[in-house]
Design a protein around this ligand. Structure first.
Ligand code: ZN
Length: 377
């Protein structure tokens, strides 16, 4: 008996070493140590928790800690991560967001449910909520000034090229119209204080506006997210004819490079340092009084080293006033921007984020953005 158990255990560990099984089938995290013996996949512990929520189709066990029956191991041997991928991801639309290990819970949760429970990527008619080019529904939207969430009607229309919302359900005129061209969406559950919190930003007259929304139902909010990605994908296909999916997909939505509090001072460097919430979105460093502000108070464009942008650790020796200890100086062709961080670790992370932008050569369209910032008073 003990020998049989040992043999089963060894067979299971052997399977884990097969190509395809070395990363979580669902989020790609390395070294998965759980498995679903009804779906035949190896998964990480986070994803195994989500599989417990669909226990009618997925039964999970720990590779190391649970006892395994030979028949369960044989089933996994007959499937595995690669075979499951071939089966459950037959028709994933190119724009559909595939979560990674660092993504929030709702994205992983809905990816797993869409894959195995709803089988959305086997039956394409189930993709209609995000593939039809038109979507209408109600989302809870954070009020601009009072911070209260109110239910609002939203419409996403690829034909009109817009995402819009209405203040009253029977209103004819939308409260805001956001062009798909300059729309971004990113899940921000911690910042918004809701597990399904989605931040939608858009550019209006070259300045960034934020709206914060959620839906109680994880499927609904992830469908909205993928509908926005579909609209962006179709817009970019027209704007950049001949560009491949591989080129376009990374442009559909952007996660921020870094966010957090720093202190900043004004152009004369004598105004004193003020604590602000900073968001690094590609080359745009925006700052807000509060993380959930509708508008950025200001922005700093960060170009490349070829264009005379430089990031330095520390502040100029003449800097006055009380401020956090760990300084950062960004040198642009126009002026120096001074920031301070509360900890050395934060300082390190911010410098790394700025350096990334500075080390990357500028794209032709980024010069137009830079020009706009140069002419700003
Ligand atoms: Zn995982």
């Amino acid at each position: 008996m003990a020998q049989d158990k040992e043999r089963t255990r060894r067979a299971l560990l052997e399977l884990l070493r097969r190509p395809g099984n070395s990363t979580c089938a669902d989020c790609g995290a390395p070294d998965p140590d759980w498995a679903s013996f009804t779906l035949g996949v190896f998964i990480c512990s986070t994803c195994s928790g989500i599989h417990r929520g669909i226990s009618q189709i997925s039964k999970v066990k720990s590779v190391q800690l649970d006892a395994w029956e030979p028949v369960e191991v044989e089933f996994i041997a007959s499937t595995g991560n690669d075979a499951a991928k071939a089966k459950y991801e037959q028709k994933v639309p190119p724009f559909y967001y595939r979560p990674t290990a660092s993504d929030c819970q709702v994205l992983k949760d809905q990816w797993i449910r869409a894959r195995y429970a709803r089988k959305e990527f086997i039956y394409t008619e189930r993709q209609e909520p995000y593939s039809a080019g038109y979507r209408e529904g109600v989302l809870w939207k954070r009020g601009r000034d009072n911070g209260q969430f109110l239910s609002r009607k939203f419409i996403l229309s690829e034909r009109e090229g817009v995402f819009k919302y209405f203040n009253k359900h029977d209103a004819r005129e939308p409260k805001a119209v956001m062009k798909i061209e300059c729309l971004n969406a990113t899940f921000q559950p911690v910042k918004i204080g809701n597990p399904n919190g989605l931040q939608v930003t858009y550019l209006k007259d070259n300045s960034t506006r934020n709206i914060f929304v959620y839906h109680e139902d994880g499927k609904e909010v992830v469908d909205w997210f993928n509908a926005i990605r579909a609209a962006r994908f179709h817009y970019l296909q027209v704007a950049f004819p001949g560009a491949s999916d591989v080129d376009l997909v990374p442009k559909l939505t952007r996660n921020y490079i870094k966010e957090g509090y720093m202190e900043k001072t004004g152009p004369k460097h004598t105004e004193g340092f003020k604590k602000r919430w900073f968001t690094m979105d590609d080359r745009r460093l925006m700052y807000f009084k509060d993380p959930l502000d509708a508008y950025a108070r200001g922005e700093v464009f960060i170009g490349s080293k070829e264009n005379h942008y430089l990031v330095l650790s520390g502040l100029p020796p003449s800097t006055q006033g009380y401020h956090w200890q760990h300084g950062i100086t960004i040198v642009t062709p126009d002026r120096k921007f001074l920031f301070t961080c509360e900890t050395e670790f934060e300082q390190h992370l911010w410098i790394e984020a700025f350096q990334k932008a500075i080390n990357r050569p500028m794209l032709p369209q980024e010069y137009a953005v830079e020009a706009h910032f140069k002419h700003k008073p």
